[in-house]
Design a binder for this molecule. Structure first.
Ligand code: IDC
Length: 509
């Protein structure tokens, strides 16, 4: 009797899926915390021990946009970053033009150079997210103003271009718009460009699939739709494009997290994204294996469920209007920026819930520290990220160039904290043995609460900046098995209390 057999197995499948969803670390809503807490229920990026990773680190670096595709850093700068800022992540910039200098020919020597730098991060225990960066399409789109795409993939159809100031306005130049339209093939003439990009990512992923320092791949920095924006771009063009890359990467790498950026225009400032659902084939494979029923599930609705083992991340940026192009954080502009905080928070957490992904902030910061209110602004976004329990990568760690007014970098070339560095160096839980439900920091007092989650092992690890906590910190915690590592300035706490909720409060000695 085939019919009952099918419905029995469908019922079993439903149960299995329900069990899977209930067991899902991130699908468990953090009930019991304040209802105003908008970070409740967001999935978390997890490590091999199932611990939530609250990632804090630097974009490295703007200087990698140049001809070599490599950033300014040396090995000692990476060590300084871990010591002075406690970084547990780097958003490491790579460039399509360097990976694929001519069509279908990959420069593996470039990837070896990248791998050498990735190893510096591995030595420091810092996770690497490889970011395929671009701004203004590529250097050939507008007289060297941009970076990213190689010349052979830059098809401007002879349209004019004049670099603009501030730089973002260059996006609207005719040649730049056309380069994007040809890339997205909205002109209908260049389907090969996206094909190259997808294959290029597969090549990069194959190269790093076995590198333990690599946590993930950020598929494209700040996608820009050319003459198609918002609903005409994100859902119909960008979503299927990401799907193609994710599918290609999963053929060579099942485990890395894949970071998906919404369009930057508007969304960086707090508007909503219409990026659509992307399937992670690693998840489908896990589901299929579990259920063994894929063909029979067709039409039951179960195939549309999102498997919690998917490893996709909504990788948004936060650049409220004006701050990264020289505005301050006082008066009217501050009020405007604060409204953007509210919008961004609402729209990005909504989107992460809709897509059932963790959220992280791939770029934030970039406020020249000689601007009024810069320290306040920095503290405010740090607190927002804490409050949401989402990680971030600061833009950027490039040391101030001679004669430049850009004083963004938290560390100088010698590895000493700058003014912004003194604000950015603050305590955080780099790994949490459960679901973090609250984290906050005000003038020396750090608190964290988390709930036990099945399937995690190892301690919760909290990094404390030596500047604020020079000696052994004062700790009040629900769990008594703890270790203070004075060399790395890390407090480890094992879940030893019988309760499901754990808390720790730390102040300087
Ligand atoms: C900026 C650099 C600036 C450079 C510009 C174009 O700080 O010196 O002229 O890129 O290459 C982004 C981008 C990131 C920007 C950053 C700050 O992803 O590349 O770096 N930003 O402006 N989006 C919003 C801001």
């Amino acid at each position: 009797m085939p019919r009952p057999a099918v419905s029995r197995s469908v019922a079993a499948a439903r149960l299995a899926v329900t069990a899977l969803l209930i067991a899902a670390p991130a699908a468990v809503p953090t009930a019991g915390t304040a209802s105003a807490d908008q970070g409740d229920g967001l999935r978390q990026i997890t490590d091999a021990q199932g611990r939530a990773l609250l990632l804090h680190g630097m974009n490295t670096a703007g200087s990698a946009k140049g001809p070599s595709g490599l950033p300014w850093i040396e090995r000692r700068n990476v060590a300084a970053e871990r010591q002075k800022l406690g970084s547990n992540v780097v958003r490491y910039i790579v460039q399509w033009k360097n990976v694929e200098p001519s069509p279908g020919r990959y420069d593996d020597r470039y990837l070896d150079e990248v791998a050498q730098r990735v190893a510096w991060y591995r030595e420091q225990g810092i996770n690497v997210v490889l970011d395929m960066h671009q701004d203004i399409y590529g250097p050939s789109a507008c007289k060297g103003a941009g970076n990213g795409a190689p010349a052979w993939a830059t098809i401007t159809d002879g349209l004019p271009c004049t670099p603009q100031s501030p730089w973002v306005l260059t996006y609207l130049q005719p040649a730049v718009l056309r380069a994007y339209d040809n890339f997205w093939n909205t002109t209908g003439r260049h389907p090969e460009l996206m094909r190259h990009y997808v294959a290029m990512w597969k090549h990069v992923a194959a190269r790093f699939a076995n590198d333990p320092a690599v946590l993930g791949y950020d598929l494209m920095n700040e996608p820009f739709g050319g003459t198609k924006q918002f609903g005409f771009f994100e859902a119909p063009v960008l979503t299927p494009f990401y799907q193609r890359i994710v599918t290609a990467i999963r053929q060579v790498d099942r485990n890395r997290w894949i970071f998906l950026e919404p369009q930057a225009l508007g969304v960086n400032e707090g508007l909503g994204t219409s990026l659509g659902q992307i399937r992670d084939p690693r998840a489908r494979a896990a589901l299929t294996k579990l259920l063994g029923q894929r063909d029979r599930l067709a039409g039951t609705g179960l195939t549309r469920l999102t498997d919690p083992s998917s490893r996709l991340v909504l990788a948004a940026h936060f650049y409220p209007g004006g701050v990264d192009i020289g505005g301050g954080y006082t008066g009217m502009l501050k009020t405007l920026v604060q409204a953007e905080f509210v919008l961004w928070r609402q729209n990005m957490t909504d989107a992460a819930r809709r897509l059932n992904t963790p959220l992280w902030i791939g770029e934030i910061g970039a406020m020249a520290f000689n601007q009024p209110g810069a320290a306040d602004y920095t503290r405010d976004w740090l607190s927002m990220a804490d409050d949401l329990r989402v990680g971030w990568a600061y833009w950027s760690n490039d040391p101030q160039a001679d004669g430049s007014s850009e004083t963004f970098a938290p560390l100088d070339r010698n590895g000493d904290l700058t003014e912004v560095g003194k604000v950015v160096a603050r305590p955080f839980a780099r790994a949490v043995a459960g679901t973090p439900t609250k984290t906050s920091y005000t003038s020396g007092t750090f608190t964290l609460t988390w709930r036990t989650r099945p399937g995690t092992s190892g301690p919760t690890e909290i990094w404390l900046p030596p500047t604020v906590y020079p000696g052994t910190p004062k700790v009040t915690a629900s769990d008594h098995t703890r270790r203070w590592d004075p060399t790395n300035h890390v407090l480890s706490i094992w879940n030893t209390s019988a309760t499901t909720t754990h808390t720790v409060t730390i102040t300087p000695s």
